[in-house]
Design a protein around this ligand. Structure first.
Ligand SMILES: [Zn+2]
Length: 358
């Protein structure tokens, strides 16, 4: 037998530890193995250990919108249909009166954000149409937020729908019936949550920064604090956003996620494009340049929907209580607005939830 590689014997504690290690070494020796002590992995090793994928393997199926009598195309969560007390819906770009983001001969679109280039009256009209598609009335009050990629969550009431300037935050919740809470997105992930027992609803806006700040976990903690919501009574729906198929990010985003989440690595993929030569001989195309900035190297893609699903699980929801509506805003541009795919020239969608008026 080989002598043990651990020789330190100073205090009783270290003696105990080293005898444990000796025991493990002896076990390995007996099995004919050599135990390797793992050092800190170098950057390149870390990159190479990332799971790889082709963009098409990560692509999400396009959801099938329903079409309201007023022409609004919107998405509902099939599993939520039996909750008759609940209003909810995710908008698409189809339907509506906006002309700012479409060709001259195209039908009007459903921009729901007061963006700089769109006509305010058209957006206001679209918001009424969207409220009507979900609640049956154009007059249902709508509460939105001034979103700032934070983990700030506000408790809203009817007065908030009348404000000139919306409150600042990225999560909003209420137990008041008769109003619609909505978050605005055009790539970021919208998450809707409902408490089936206490009848509380919430909407969250989660881009990568808000996800790192745990907007969804924080928000569910706040539901518990404000309304006594229990995780086992909650259901959640993750709406359309930029998918792992399209969301390439810089390596600094990976580092930030790794510093915050034990499961960070499971949220990222190294993605190769579909050039067969590059696919077959990827080593020929490795470069030193940062992912996302290199025309030929692999790029690092983040799965933000999965990141937020993990937060819902960590907050105590059961996997079956979480619905993923699906749809990638970036590669399904006929259906959705995408800030990134349109280089910033994009409308906004709303994801809304409310308690039916009594
Ligand atoms: Zn995509």
């Amino acid at each position: 037998m080989k002598p043990s590689r651990i020789q330190r014997k100073t205090s009783p504690e270290t003696a105990k530890q080293s005898s444990d290690i000796e025991a493990i070494d002896a076990l390995f020796d007996a099995a004919g193995l050599e135990r390797k002590r793992r050092g800190k992995p170098a950057g390149i090793t870390r990159r190479l250990r990332m799971e790889r994928a082709m963009p098409q393997e990560l692509r999400l199926p396009a959801p099938e919108p329903r079409v309201a009598a007023n022409g609004v195309h919107w998405l509902a969560v099939p599993a939520w249909q039996r909750m008759s007390w609940l209003w909810h819906g995710f908008s698409t770009r189809k339907g509506g009166a906006s002309r700012a983001y479409c060709a001259d001969d195209a039908p009007g679109e459903m921009n729901l954000g007061f963006t700089a280039v769109d006509d305010r009256a058209a957006v206001a009209r679209n918001r009424r149409l969207f409220a009507q598609a979900i609640t049956g009335s154009t007059a249902t009050p709508l509460v939105t937020l001034r979103q700032v990629h934070s983990n700030v969550v506000v408790v809203a009431g009817a007065a908030d729908a009348l404000r000139e300037r919306p409150r600042k935050g990225d999560g909003v919740m209420t137990a008041e019936p008769g109003l619609l809470l909505a978050v605005q997105t055009a790539d970021c992930i919208p998450v809707l949550v409902a408490d089936r027992k206490r009848r509380v609803v919430a909407a969250f806006h989660a881009g990568w920064r808000g996800t790192v700040k745990r907007i969804v976990e924080t928000g569910i903690g706040r539901m518990r604090f404000e309304f006594g919501s229990r995780p086992e009574d909650l259901v959640a729906a993750i709406g359309p956003g930029i998918g792992a198929c399209c969301y390439s990010v810089g390596e600094e985003v990976l580092s930030i996620f790794e510093s915050q989440f034990s499961y960070a690595r499971a949220l990222f993929r190294e993605v190769y494009d579909s050039d067969p030569v590059r696919t077959r001989y990827p080593m020929l195309f490795l470069t030193q340049r940062a992912p996302g900035h290199s025309p030929i190297g692999p790029s690092l893609h983040l799965d933000l929907m999965e990141a937020n699903r993990r937060q819902l699980l960590d907050a105590g929801l059961k996997p079956r209580a979480i619905s993923v509506v699906g749809g990638c805003t970036s590669c399904q541009r006929e259906l959705f607005f995408s800030h990134r795919a349109s280089h910033g020239h994009a409308g906004r969608m709303l994801s809304a939830i409310g308690i039916r008026a009594r």
